[in-house]
Design a protein around this ligand. Structure first.
Ligand code: IFM
Length: 428
């Protein structure tokens, strides 16, 4: 079991704060948060967990936890504040220090180049609906890789292109808040294209690089045994899963999904170029009936996000991805649960539901691995409670509680449970 990586995941805008420091430019999330009515209670990421200043203390906690790897994202507006053009060395310095501190603690850095904080300047020029944003991603990747590539081997280009496209451009629930189906489709294609182009640059500049992309994938069950429900489930699967898996692994969008991406000659070869690993983020399954309509199954337990707890679906998802797409390696790059955690009289946070969630989901991952799925690591979402996008700070996903008024960190019971789980499996 020693080659299996146990980790924890985060993202820049959700934890860093320090939005006006060291030359960082404005991101679409700064703008979205400043727009009344977009984020719960008008909350913003301007302080968040103050990870920008407190990362040494947090890495000390990671060390106590015993994780092998830490997944974080790099903020494009820190590195190239205007999106394209001048590189801001002070922004890169932060990630340089972070990587050094992680390595000194014996923790492998797993950076993601894009976790949703597009420089606002690029959004003003069309954002991900414009091919020029995919072009701008390449020099940004070059700048980051040029600085960190001597110490970082595992590189992720994007986090959850489906969310970028549909929540950001299709349904307006995330920054930049647009509501057009065609914008979502254009954005998704340009995100995937920029992944392919950046992957080339990473391989060129980092000889031993392992390059991947992170997709949010969900197992889909039809609500009944009817043919109509099966067809509806296939439709949902097409838009949520196959529309991203097919171009990455087969170099083609699925023909049964009626969406028209702005594909030019050579694009699909770039998107479909070999990856070294697939990152899978998974939180729930879909149950679908004719419509298609996503339905809530009565009974069962749900997290504070209202998401059904269904570990068997993670097992099925992993088997299916391995059987149909054969990625050389898979990391569970996010899995976890939000619960309404409180600090109790004894000062601790007794998050038994999260422990149960993590125990059953890590069991499902290990079962898939035993059955031959090439899963090489598991990253819990999240290390810290953090800014949960449009839900602000109301949803707590961390295994470390953050007392926002003081920014004090309090390891939850799940932190101690995870430490033991890592320790016991490392010994196997
Ligand atoms: O907080 C997010 C993260 O940024 C991306 N994946 C899902 C998490 C929980 O919603």
């Amino acid at each position: 079991m020693s080659d299996f990586l146990w980790g924890a995941a985060t993202a820049a805008y959700q934890i860093e704060g320090a939005v006006d420091e060291d030359g960082r430019g404005e991101s679409i999330w700064d703008r979205f948060c400043a727009t009344p009515g977009k984020v719960r209670a008008g909350e913003t990421g301007s302080i968040a967990c103050d990870f920008y200043h407190r990362y040494p203390e947090d890495i000390a906690l990671m060390r106590e936890l015993g994780i092998d790897a830490f997944r974080f994202s790099v903020a494009w507006p820190r590195v190239i504040p205007e999106g394209r053009g001048a590189v801001n060395d002070a922004g890169l310095d932060f990630y340089d220090r972070l990587v050094d501190e992680l390595l000194a603690a014996g923790i492998q850095p797993f950076p993601t180049l894009y976790h949703w904080d597009l420089p606002q300047r690029l959004e003003d020029e069309g954002g991900w609906t414009a091919r020029s944003t995919a072009e701008a991603f390449v020099p940004y990747a070059e700048a980051v890789v040029g600085r960190l590539g001597d110490r970082v081997t595992h590189w992720t280009t994007h986090n959850e292109p489906w969310v970028v496209a549909w929540l950001g451009y299709g349904w307006g629930e995330h920054a930049p808040g647009r509501t057009s189906e065609q914008d979502a489709v254009d954005a998704a294609h340009h995100v995937l294209l920029s992944h392919g182009w950046a992957a080339d640059v990473i391989r060129r500049d980092v000889p031993d690089a392992r390059v991947g992309i992170v997709l949010n994938l969900e197992h889909v069950d039809p609500a009944t045994g009817s043919e109509a429900d099966a067809a509806a489930a296939r439709e949902v699967d097409g838009r949520a899963n196959r529309w991203f898996l097919d171009p990455i692994f087969r170099g083609a969008y699925p023909e049964d999904v009626d969406l028209k991406p702005p594909v030019r000659d050579g694009d699909l070869a770039a998107v479909g170029a070999r990856i070294d690993f697939l990152g899978i983020n998974n939180y729930f399954r879909f149950v679908v009936r004719e419509g298609p309509e996503i339905v809530e199954v009565p009974g069962g337990t749900r997290t504070d996000m209202g998401w059904e707890v269904h570990p068997e679906s993670l097992y099925k998802l992993l088997r299916r991805v391995a059987d149909e797409y054969a990625p050389p390696s898979i990391y569970i790059t996010e899995n976890g649960a939000a619960y309404a955690d409180v600090r109790s009289h004894d000062g601790g946070v007794h998050d038994l539901e999260r422990i149960d969630f993590l125990a059953t989901h890590t069991d499902a991952v290990m079962r898939a691995r035993d059955d031959g799925v090439p899963v090489d690591g598991y990253f819990v979402w999240s290390f810290l409670d953090n800014f949960e996008w449009a839900q602000g700070y109301a949803k707590r996903f961390g295994i470390v509680y953050v007392d926002y008024p003081t920014l004090e960190r309090v390891p939850k019971d799940s932190f101690h449970w995870y430490r033991q789980r890592i320790e016991s499996l490392q010994r196997v």
